[in-house]
Write a protein that binds this ligand. Structure first.
Ligand code: XIL
Length: 312
């Protein structure tokens, strides 16, 4: 079978997957190491995973992912430092002034990004800051600190790990629309102010038949602003059980998304959000949907896997 990481490297991009640290052995570990040259911890670096109780840290899952990556010559995408979800209750339910929450946030960034300093290629510093209409999501960070929390987070991340490329990441920003335009305007404004920002992550949790026709043009407009782009959480869900026709369409769509990244020089790579249907968040969250990844539940490559290979 083709080796995605080798094909990707020949095209000047990486091919990555989200992983579950506790599964990195056996067939799951073998495929992860052989096929992919970047890994993202699916949950293990989130604030709620590393500091559920204030001042009490759990790094075992995150450490395992970084160690695995180094043993397999893979990049690590750190995910994620500042996000409204999977936050510990002590943060989300705290009573904060702008100054106290800013300090808690920047201390968190200093601690986590500092722990892995020099070992992380890309950090999703801020995740999902926008609503669908392009206004700011009313997270605890937004409401307590205000618009400037994003710049504060990026500056803290740069200070903690100067070598990591710093990203802002969101979903439903793959095509040209109100939300991606808000992200575009944010990046433009951050760059004008000299705030450290290296790239934008397009999550790409897509529905079969709904790949935006403006994907490549959207990647290109961010590149033209002077930032890198990555597809960070690609999956393409369908109603289950899948038909042969649906799996064939999924192949074409994985190929098209991968090709859009290959086509734009500043698109650094693609990460799938789990490489196997046995390790996908989709069935848990989207009732009636599944089969969203390139390998089936028995680790057999699906047509989608060959679609990716054809684009590389
Ligand atoms: C998901 C994980 O895959 C699940 O295991 C977890 O229960 C919820 O979060 N956008 C993101 C990811 O940025 O962190 C989310 O990951 C999927 C949506």
């Amino acid at each position: 079978e083709p080796v995605l990481r080798d094909l990707a490297a020949a095209k000047g991009i990486y091919y990555g997957t989200a992983v579950t640290a506790s599964k990195l052995n056996g067939t799951y570990g073998t495929i992860t190491g052989e096929q992919f040259d970047s890994i993202t911890p699916g949950n293990e670096m989130k604030w709620g995973s590393v500091e559920a109780t204030r001042g009490s840290f759990t790094w075992s899952g995150a450490d395992a992912v970084v160690d695995f990556a180094e043993a397999h010559a893979q990049k690590v995408r750190g995910h994620t430092l500042v996000w409204h979800s999977q936050l510990p209750g002590w943060v989300s339910n705290g009573t904060w002034t702008a100054d106290t929450l800013r300090t808690v946030m920047t201390d968190h960034i200093a601690t986590e990004a500092g722990r892995y300093q020099g070992r992380i290629d890309h950090w999703d510093v801020v995740n999902e800051p926008f609503n669908e209409d392009g206004t700011r999501r009313q997270s605890v960070f937004q409401t307590a600190i205000g618009d400037s929390y994003i710049a504060d987070a990026l500056r803290a991340a740069r200070a903690a790990d100067p070598a990591a490329k710093l990203y802002v990441n969101d979903y439903n920003v793959e095509g040209v629309n109100a939300k991606s335009t808000a992200l575009y305007n944010l990046v433009k404004s951050l760059k004008e102010q000299g705030v450290p920002i290296d790239g934008v992550g397009l999550q790409a949790h897509l529905i079969l038949g709904q790949v935006p026709s403006t994907l490549q043009a959207n990647i290109q407009r961010f590149a033209d602003l002077g930032v890198d782009v990555a597809i960070t959480e690609l999956d393409i869900r369908m109603t289950v059980p899948p038909t042969t026709a649906q799996l064939a369409q999924q192949k074409a769509e994985y190929k098209a998304v991968t090709a859009a990244c290959v086509a734009v020089a500043r698109c650094e790579g693609v990460t799938v959000w789990g490489f196997t249907d046995s390790d996908s968040w989709i069935p848990d969250v989207f009732t009636g949907y599944g089969a969203a990844t390139p390998y089936d539940e028995n680790f057999q490559p699906k047509p989608a896997y060959y679609g990716i290979a054809e684009a590389l």
